[in-house]
Write a protein that binds this ligand. Structure first.
Ligand code: CA
Ligand code: CA
Length: 214
């Protein structure tokens, strides 16, 4: 009796220990090329990635939804300051786990980058965004990829690379394939966030793969 109770306590201790957190390595690889995307400007780059682990209340972006001022500024100019204020607000509501920010990735001399994000049962989702730069208001990103669930635990192993198509933040005009310019007219009212279609948008701009770190 005594030993089985001890076993139960020990088991619970280890079970909860493994439930606490896991680190994931995220690899973002550029696929931006002249042939698929009609042009690769001299300064073609992906702006600093802003990545977060979060709960189900928080949303960095959602297809069909409207951009927040923070996502607008990231998508149009690659800036993260406003988004970080929004994240600080969400943090106060305990919606945010970890926040990671990388550096610009100029595709002439760097075509992939990695960063690590910690996932916990409390903040089981991964989201990130990075501007396709220069562009009117286009970005690549992931919205709420679930890496932990109560039923199956932490995602383990390696996620096959996910294609990241160009997403329109809906805040600026000029959404024509090959228009890699930041000088475009604003949309007077924001349009829903949507994947860009047509010439220059058929192929992913980047791919992301995710692997658990033991
Ligand atoms: Ca747009
Ligand atoms: Ca704007």
């Amino acid at each position: 009796m005594k030993s089985s109770l001890l076993f139960a306590i020990t088991f619970l201790f280890f079970a909860s220990g493994t439930l606490q957190a896991k680190k994931y390595r995220i690899t973002l690889e550029s696929n931006w090329n002249q042939q698929d995307h009609l042009a690769t400007p001299q300064n073609a780059h992906f702006s600093p990635v802003l990545a977060v682990s979060h709960d189900q209340e928080y949303s960095l972006f959602q297809q069909g939804g409207l951009s927040t001022p923070g996502l607008e500024d990231l998508s149009e100019l690659g800036r993260t300051a406003i988004l970080k204020v929004e994240l600080a607000d969400a943090s106060r509501l305990n919606q945010i786990g970890e926040i990671i920010e990388t550096k610009n990735m100029f595709i002439r001399n760097q075509t992939s980058q990695t960063f690590e994000v910690e996932i916990t049962p409390e903040h089981p989702y991964l989201s990130f965004a990075s501007m396709i730069a220069p562009s009117p208001d286009w970005f690549v990103g992931l919205n709420a990829l679930k890496l932990f669930s109560k039923e199956t635990g932490f995602f383990s192993g390696t996620q096959r690379p996910i294609d990241l198509m160009a997403i329109d933040a809906g805040t600026e005009r000029g959404d024509v394939g090959g228009n890699f310019s930041i000088n475009n007219q604003a949309n007077t009212t924001h349009e829903p966030i949507s994947t860009l279609l047509g010439d220059g948008f058929h192929a992913p701009f980047a791919r992301v793969s995710i692997e658990v770190l033991e």
